[in-house]
Ligand binder design. Structure first.
Ligand code: AMP
Ligand code: ZN
Length: 131
């Protein structure tokens, strides 16, 4: 059983800040800022695309609730982040959204994207059958 399923089953402890029938939100054990929270569906899926539509809707509702709960920490902004598969930085194979409050006095608050690469947008459009 994955580590987040164990948190769902209360087999390992977590600082739970919100819970309902379908979703759970708890503080990240290695917080990148004060209030860094993970939001997960209780049911185990590995990546976002695997979620049934209703689960995705429930998850999104909980993300919004958690953003509101975290307002009591008075952040100046926040990131919402979801990594899918190891190549994208996913370490725990149970779909989760990071909510990372940001504060004006943080030194490295901005999440750095990789450098832009040379991709022909016309070629991509063809592959996607758009335009
Ligand atoms: P990701 O790299 O997107 O898969 O993020 C996984 C996150 O899970 C990391 O930020 C970890 O700090 C966090 N994490 C791992 N184990 C636990 C745990 N037992 N309780 C809370 N957060 C955890
Ligand atoms: Zn799991």
């Amino acid at each position: 059983m994955c580590i987040f399923c164990k948190i769902v089953n209360k087999e390992i402890p977590a600082k739970i800040i919100y819970e309902d029938e379908n979703t759970l939100a708890f503080l990240d054990i290695n917080p990148r800022s004060k209030g860094h929270t993970l939001v997960i569906p209780k049911e185990h899926y590995e990546t976002f695309d695997e979620l049934p539509e209703e689960t995705a809707v429930n998850l999104t509702k909980t993300i919004k609730k958690v953003v509101n709960i975290l307002k009591s920490l008075n952040p100046d902004g926040y990131n919402i982040l979801n990594n899918n598969k190891p190549i994208a930085g996913q370490e725990v194979p149970h779909v989760h959204f990071h909510i990372i409050p940001r504060y004006n006095d943080e030194k490295e608050a901005v999440i750095k994207f990789s450098e832009p690469v040379n991709v022909d947008l016309d070629e991509v459009s063809k592959e996607l059958n758009i335009e």
